[in-house]
Design a protein around this ligand. Structure first.
Ligand code: NAP
Length: 215
């Protein structure tokens, strides 16, 4: 497969790039700082410099043309204000949905967040973030694309275990970025996760079985 990753220098994205390139996929990885290109190359990806908040349709179309799938792994990040939750977590994700539709890329995997909800209450920046992510998820789910929306709980940099929980009663407070990347990689390789939206945390179910249970 040829897979485009938005937010290609992010922590999950770099782990995912390595997983995908090791199994023979071609990864086209969008970074906004040219100085990040070397890390992407080292992980096995092909860096392309795109600032998702200031990109043109043509620029996105060029990146996505020829791809089989796109993964949205970008995020405004902690410490950013409400405006960037809107311009990255919502608008950049939607720009890529539109570009995927224009260029015929059917598959779109969204790294969302556990509490993402278009109607999340509150005025604080975290609530703005949850609404932005929830609105982007809603647009993806109604886009007609072959989507999977993955909603992890809080992320850690602990080593992955290869085991997660995707069933509501067994969700815990945290999950490692390595396990999230492994879930994205597994979902990309399987059609049975198309149309699924699910929360995930650390857990005790092997990732292939966990993906099977959401489909
Ligand atoms: N933190 C949590 O506990 C948590 C929980 C659930 C879900 N999530 C979601 O998980 C996803 C990935 O998490 P992570 O820890 O891997 O994120 P991360 O390391 O912060 O990576 C996000 C990436 O997005 C990039 N980005 C930001 N603005 C951009 C722009 N305008 N154009 C291009 N790229 C841009 C960043 O680039 P720069 O390096 O240039 O800033 C960064 O490389 C995010 O969507 C986040 O919302 C997070």
């Amino acid at each position: 497969m040829q897979i485009a990753i938005a937010g290609g220098h992010g922590k999950i994205a770099l782990i995912l790039t390595r997983l995908l390139s090791d199994r023979g996929d071609r990864v086209v990885s969008m970074v906004r700082d040219p100085d990040q290109a070397g890390d992407v190359t080292e992980a096995g990806g092909e860096p392309v410099v795109v600032d998702l908040e200031h990109s043109s349709d043509d620029q996105l179309d060029r990146v996505l043309t020829g791809c089989d799938a796109v993964v949205f792994a970008a995020g405004a990040g902690p410490g950013s204000g409400a405006a960037r939750k809107e311009s990255v977590d919502y608008a950049a994700a939607v720009s890529l949905i539109e570009a995927a539709r224009r260029t015929g890329v059917r598959r779109y995997v969204m790294i969302s967040a556990s509490g993402a909800d278009p109607d999340a209450a509150g005025d604080e920046v975290f609530a703005v973030y949850l609404r932005a992510k929830g609105r982007a998820d809603r647009e993806l789910a109604s886009s007609g694309l072959d989507f999977t929306i993955i909603k992890p709980v809080g992320l850690t940099d602990q080593p992955g275990t290869g085991q997660v929980a995707t069933n509501e009663p067994s969700l815990t407070g945290q999950v490692s970025r390595e396990d999230v990347a492994a879930v994205v990689a597994e979902a990309l390789g399987r059609d049975d996760s198309i149309g699924a939206t699910f929360r995930m945390s650390a857990g005790t179910t092997p990732i292939p079985d966990a993906i099977g249970s959401v489909s």
